[in-house]
Design a protein around this ligand. Structure first.
Ligand SMILES: Cc1cc2nc3c(=O)[nH]c(=O)nc-3n(C[C@H](O)[C@H](O)[C@H](O)COP(=O)(O)OP(=O)(O)OC[C@H]3O[C@@H](n4cnc5c(N)ncnc54)[C@H](O)[C@@H]3O)c2cc1C
Length: 467
């Protein structure tokens, strides 16, 4: 019987769902899957993106772990594609590869002053508060007035984490260094900016409502932002989600002014145009143009420029994928070019196929690196179904590896001295983190430094952290 030796690069939800769907699919060949991730622990953005105070979403890890615990997928953590293993290695050992490497970088926002000291990308802040091993352990939180640019759920996560008191995060799995950092935060006012109106936001109602429930944080909304045009009124009448969002915001308008020690301001029809220097090269103010509805659901600038003093700004305007060595990449969209998950490439000039997009046989993509960084974890499942369907149907075009045995991959990694982690290692790290948390009455305390994660996973107790 034919056997498919498959490499999946990226152990986030997209990679794990792809493996699961393939293993359960009707097919007339055997399957053996190796799942690689450059982090020592699996689950991608579920572990390192979803906010720590969203335990219900973090709970998706349980379902993903059940897939891995079945035992029919080999997991190799701490192995970076492009550094530790290359495309040539994959072709030597496998019949095909699925890239599920997601997106971790911040998309650019091209306004003057965005590179000043005190200006941050949301993705970096998220990586810090979720204890990503490759980011600094400390985060500057001296600013009293902070701006967050963006009207999506990541902007809400960043806003909430900035405004929430550290003690209210203590029961969650935030790492010890993050709790200490947030406890010292000087913030009093967080200003959220969206260039469109309240009926055009990309927040989901549940996440928006949550802002209004933060202890000792007052929500401030401005009456001038609620002068709706017909398009906005239609949106409220015809779209359930917009209806609920409008209702939540209007309830906040009716609240009497509060006395909380922190405030969270929502500014709509406010398009940031410049971050002003405080005279020392640091963020000193945000300049924004007041916009108004254009009558068709969009906005136009009014020419009125306003200024608000701030000492830090976070842009939450989207994530962006990163190129992988030897793999085609669409620089504009930040994705691997593909047709329903089959990776495409443009033939080299002179090869007789310069203009057409052709299928790059044996190479597939799924998740955020396939589709772009939008959508929820659940969407990566339907993504994976589509990709796996093509992989199965393409049987005649798979690679023919020179060394297809499972042992040959272990030898390659060992010969290169790569300290890979496996599923047992992840269980050890998981148990260790839960035990650290239990000792302090918390859900979990994440181990942050990469070397400590590896030491715990590989049973090297000398370096095991106790905090
Ligand atoms: C801040 C934030 C909050 C979110 N909150 C929610 C939420 O509440 N609910 C919800 O449903 N969705 C949420 N999402 C969306 C959700 O995280 C994504 O839909 C999902 O994680 C995308 O899955 P993925 O597997 O494509 O990518 P990822 O989860 O990013 O996984 C990609 C994996 O590939 C690995 N990788 C990357 N490059 C390499 C390489 N060179 N070699 C080896 N491995 C590599 C990474 O380490 C990672 O483990 C949130 C996203 C963000 C950014």
């Amino acid at each position: 019987m034919t056997k498919l030796r498959l490499a999946i690069v990226g152990a986030g939800p997209a990679g794990i769902y792809a493996a699961d769907i393939l293993l359960k699919a009707e097919r007339n060949f055997e399957v053996s899957i190796d799942l690689f991730d450059h982090l020592p622990a699996p689950y991608g953005l579920v572990r390192y993106g979803v906010a720590p105070d969203h335990p219900r979403i973090k709970g998706i890890i349980t379902a993903l772990r059940d897939v891995l615990d079945r035992g029919d997928i080999r997991v190799f953590g701490n192995v970076r594609f492009g550094v530790d293993i290359t495309m040539d290695d994959l072709k030597t050992h496998y019949n095909a590869v699925i890239f599920a490497t997601g997106a971790v970088r911040d998309a650019d926002l091209k306004i003057p002053g965005i590179d000043l000291a005190g200006s941050y990308g949301a993705a970096r802040f998220v990586s810090w508060f979720d204890g990503h091993p490759d980011y600094p352990r400390t985060w500057p939180l001296e600013a009293r007035q902070v701006a967050v640019i963006g009207n999506g759920n990541v902007a809400l996560d960043v806003t909430r984490m900035l405004a929430k008191h550290a003690d209210d995060l203590l029961p969650t799995e935030i790492p010890a260094n993050v709790y200490e950092g947030l406890q010292a935060s000087a913030v009093t006012d967080v200003h959220v900016f969206g260039r469109r109106g309240p009926t055009s936001v990309k927040f989901t109602p549940l996440e928006l409502r949550e802002l209004g429930e933060l202890p000792d944080v007052d929500i401030v909304v401005y009456d001038e932002d609620f002068d709706y045009d017909d398009a906005a009124r239609d949106a409220v009448a015809s779209n359930k989600q917009v209806f609920v969002i409008d209702k939540v915001l209007n309830k906040w308008r009716e609240r009497p002014a509060g006395t909380a020690s922190r405030r969270l301001h929502l500014h709509f029809f406010a398009k940031p145009v410049e971050i002003a220097d405080d005279g020392t090269g640091r963020v000193g103010a945000i300049r924004y143009e007041r916009t108004r509805p254009d009558g068709h659901g969009g906005v136009v600038g009014t020419g009125e420029i306003r200024e608000l003093p701030i000492q830090a700004v976070y842009r939450a305007v989207g994530y962006f994928g990163s190129p992988l060595p030897g793999v085609p990449f669409d620089k504009k969209r930040g994705v691997i070019p593909n047709r329903e998950g089959q990776v495409l490439w443009k033939g080299e000039p002179g090869s007789g196929s310069a203009s057409a997009n052709q299928q790059l046989y044996g190479v597939y993509a799924t998740g955020w690196i396939k589709r772009g960084p939008v959508g929820l974890i659940g969407h990566t499942k339907s993504d994976a179904m589509e990709t796996v369907r093509h992989l199965i149907n393409d049987l005649g075009n798979w690679w023919h590896p020179a060394e297809p045995s499972e042992e040959s991959v272990l030898s390659m990694l060992d010969e290169r001295g790569i300290e890979y982690t496996n599923l047992d290692g992840w269980h050890r790290l998981d148990q260790h983190e839960l035990a650290l948390g239990a000792a302090e009455g918390r859900a979990r305390i994440k181990v942050v430094p990469r070397e400590d994660m590896i030491a715990v996973s590989r049973r090297e107790p000398a370096s095991v952290p106790t905090k």
